[in-house]
Design a protein around this ligand. Sequence first.
Ligand code: FAD
Length: 447
Amino acid sequence: MTERKTNGIGRRGFLKLGAAGVAGAATIGGKAKPAAAAVAGGTMMAAPLPAAKGPRVVVVGGGWSGLTMAKYLKKAKPDFDVVLLEPSSVFFSCPLSNLWLHGVVETDMLIHSYVDAARNNGYIWLQAALVDLDREKRRAYTSLGTIDYDYIVLSPGIDYMYESFGVEDPAEQYMVAQNWPAAFKPASEHLTLKGKLEDFEEGVFLLTVPPGNYRCLPGPYERACMIASYFQKEDIPGKVVLIDPNEKPTIKAEGFLAAFEELYKDVLEYMPSTKIEGIDVGKKKVVTDFEEIEFADAAIYPRVRAARLIENLGLADPKSPQKEAAIDPLRYHVIGDEHTYVAGDARPMPFSKSGNTANSEAKIVARMIAAHAEGKEVPWQSPETICYSAVSADPLESIMVDAKYKHDGTGQGWGFTDVVMINDRSKDLGKANIEWGKGLWRDMFEA
Ligand SMILES: Cc1cc2nc3c(=O)[nH]c(=O)nc-3n(C[C@H](O)[C@H](O)[C@H](O)COP(=O)(O)OP(=O)(O)OC[C@H]3O[C@@H](n4cnc5c(N)ncnc54)[C@H](O)[C@@H]3O)c2cc1C
């Protein structure tokens, strides 16, 4: 096998991220119930934190939602004592990671320090996971001890549902997750996928689009473009096969279809209206409603659900097929509990599960909580989904959408409003794509 260069990820980057991935996986993978024994026995000590200097707000999850929430809670109400719980040691950005797979951006651009975020914005980062909650006592049970709070905001992101592809046996689910990780949750999965591309020799590289409302609607199509472009650049005799249950790309369809046809005709096969009904782990093939497709390697992206933490805490809506939280859709708090909030990709509203949505939404929720603490209310406001997708790497060209949401007055029926969609790929949008990422990282990590 010929040795290919590592496209922007140096050995230093691998080592740094390797450590982060292990910390995150070890803590998040476990069931959320171990604390129950400690809770019942009353053995858990208080977490190692300074005494609260004001109303304590615990934010769970240091992703796009939680990082923005922690910063903007402090901005909205400086006397809040904000604690961000996040078990990973380093932040890894999913946005722009498809460009990084190709080598368009470097690893250092995607990783950021939780220490900096907390220090620059006057809150505390506790490197711990939430494992249980006593909402009556307003006590959080974390992997480092208990925290008494006035408000808690849960932004734990997503988990995968391999059952959606007919893979029911946990042992098989584990095999699929480990061998062909989706790479739609940050860090370790992305590193594995990058390594796979660097080692890929020939044959079909399989990608899938999940059913339902999944994280980053354009993500699988953007990734297909970046991997196809990578195969062209590195002269790899491989083909990307993208299986999609939808009739056409779920967003920016015209721009993606034009790129598939005009740039990647020989290296990318798009299979719309195709449902995966099973995965033969041993034979490396997927069974669709039409045929069986063998693959040399893959990143298999199943249906998503709210992070298991939400269900483990008893907060999932039993009617939600994606096990999202049962909250007031206009006020974000758990039904009947105005001290527990859920935001980001774990929310039940059918917004785009995107970083920009989570970031703009967190600013709104932070203002709602600050107002509640003062006995006031702020009117509902729409989050904003601004989303660039790279379709060509060299030169970097992107397409984009900018949209807000409207509701039917009850928060049950939702639609898009103020939509601007640009499907003509351009270098200007390519530049704007990178600037968008830098702007949001600055917003989350700098003062
Ligand atoms: C490849 C890819 C490309 C993308 N591109 C874009 C893009 O161009 N633009 C865009 O806007 N969005 C994009 N997205 C989507 C974006 O990354 C997500 O929508 C966003 O990360 C959601 O934020 P979140 O805070 O809800 O979840 P996350 O960012 O996943 O954060 C959740 C955090 O919670 C932590 N956590 C989980 N359980 C616990 C616990 N028990 N205790 C404490 N912490 C816990 C996790 O460790 C994690 O850090 C992309 C996603 C992917 C995968």
